[in-house]
Design a protein around this ligand. Structure first.
Ligand SMILES: [Zn+2]
Length: 87
């Protein structure tokens, strides 16, 4: 175990804070676990009927989306549900 300075992403990029976390250095790196990604689109086109599917997953409290987050859409026309994994 070793203490390293890391930068934590905050809601606003300008408020990135330095903090000291205890991390296991010998791991295979946790890169990817907490990679930020773009917020999902509010709507997508339904693959089945071509209608508009609306995002039904509420945004995270801190507004931060991460790779691997699952978002769900519901088509307003055929009521199909679509689950997308953010990447
Ligand atoms: Zn549809």
């Amino acid at each position: 175990m070793q203490c390293r300075d890391v930068v934590l992403w905050d809601v606003a990029p300008t408020r990135g804070v330095h903090t000291c976390l205890t991390v296991v250095v010998s791991d295979d790196s946790v890169d990817g676990e907490f990679r930020r990604t773009e917020p999902p689109a509010d709507t997508i086109i339904c693959v089945d009927c071509g209608g508009t599917a609306h995002l039904i997953t509420p945004p995270p409290e801190d507004g931060a989306w991460y790779v691997g987050d699952i978002t769900a859409y519901r088509c307003g026309d055929c009521r199909d549900r679509w689950d997308l994994v953010l990447e």
